[in-house]
Design a protein around this ligand. Structure first.
Ligand SMILES: [Zn+2]
Length: 286
């Protein structure tokens, strides 16, 4: 039956189903809003509406939360049902709104009028446009915390907030680099830009022959604990390090090179670069 439809019929069918889906969603939100008002969940021995929707009605957690967010907005703006039905407002937008209201209400009260006015403003806007409008209207602080999560395979997830100017400058770098990287992938770009910068700062590295000599001379990590003078001596994952860094005018001569394990190499690099999140031991005199 479905395979018998021609493309035009299939297109129309999907559109009419999408309309029906929005209509059904609006009805669901109305009912959840009523259940919230009655605290229906108490009758079923749940502490809150969320638990009731997830455990009793089978909604996945995220879907339940989005429906609750919309239902609570409906209590403020009865026109929301029509807007959801017509597709003027979707659940991503109502959730954005509720999150913003929760954040704002920690410092200032958000009035029902303000809420209604914002619902009107973001109607028919994209999620991105809504996000900007909401932040401007409520004068929300920009989150600048950078989140870094080290994962068990050694990879790292991070989340950062850039200002408009930082983002634009990053986009420009991305456009310029995309020819060389043949990719729009963010991690590829970060690696490309970092490598370029490091090479520019550090210059060409010592020759293979010189590195070999240093390895033969040192044989193991030469880092000395500044207090006990104990040599690290690790033979695992060795790197050649410039005692006086290249960017400080250090040479590639064998006397300015030493072997360090990865841990000490990284640690000393961070100290020299002035990154003070952790310190293992002071920088040895350069
Ligand atoms: Zn070491």
């Amino acid at each position: 039956m479905m395979s018998k439809l021609n493309n035009k019929e299939l297109d129309q069918k999907i559109k009419s189903l999408a309309r029906a889906e929005n209509k059904l969603l609006a009805i669901v939100i109305e009912h959840i809003s009523e259940a919230d008002r009655r605290k229906l969940y108490l009758d079923y021995n749940y502490a809150n509406l969320y638990d009731y929707l997830v455990k009793e009605c089978g909604y996945p957690g995220g879907s339940a939360q989005r429906r609750i967010d919309a239902a609570r907005l409906l209590a403020v703006e009865p026109k929301l049902t029509t807007k959801i039905e017509s597709g003027e407002i979707n659940l991503s937008q109502t959730t954005l709104l509720q999150k913003a209201f929760r954040e704002k209400s920690q410092t200032t009260k958000v009035t029902p009028d303000q809420k209604r006015s914002l619902i009107a403003k973001i109607s028919d806007k994209t999620v991105n446009e809504s996000q900007i409008l909401i932040a401007k209207e409520l004068d929300l602080k920009i989150k600048v915390n950078t989140k870094v999560i080290h994962q068990k395979d050694g990879s790292v997830r991070f989340e950062a907030t850039l200002t408009k100017e930082q983002w634009e400058s990053f986009q420009k770098a991305k456009d310029l680099a995309s020819n060389a990287t043949q990719s729009n992938d963010l991690p590829t770009l970060i690696k490309y830009l970092s490598d370029k910068f490091i090479k520019q700062k550090e210059g060409p590295t010592a020759t293979v022959a010189v590195k070999k000599q240093v390895l033969q001379r040192d044989q193991c990590c030469q880092h000395k604990d500044p207090y006990t003078q104990r040599l690290c001596g690790s033979r695992w994952n060795l790197h050649i390090d410039h005692i006086k860094p290249k960017w400080a005018g250090g040479s590639d001569d064998i006397e300015n090179l030493r072997v360090l394990c990865q841990k000490h190499n990284h640690c000393i690099y961070r100290q020299q670069a002035g990154i003070k999140t952790y310190t293992l031991s002071p920088v040895p005199p350069i």
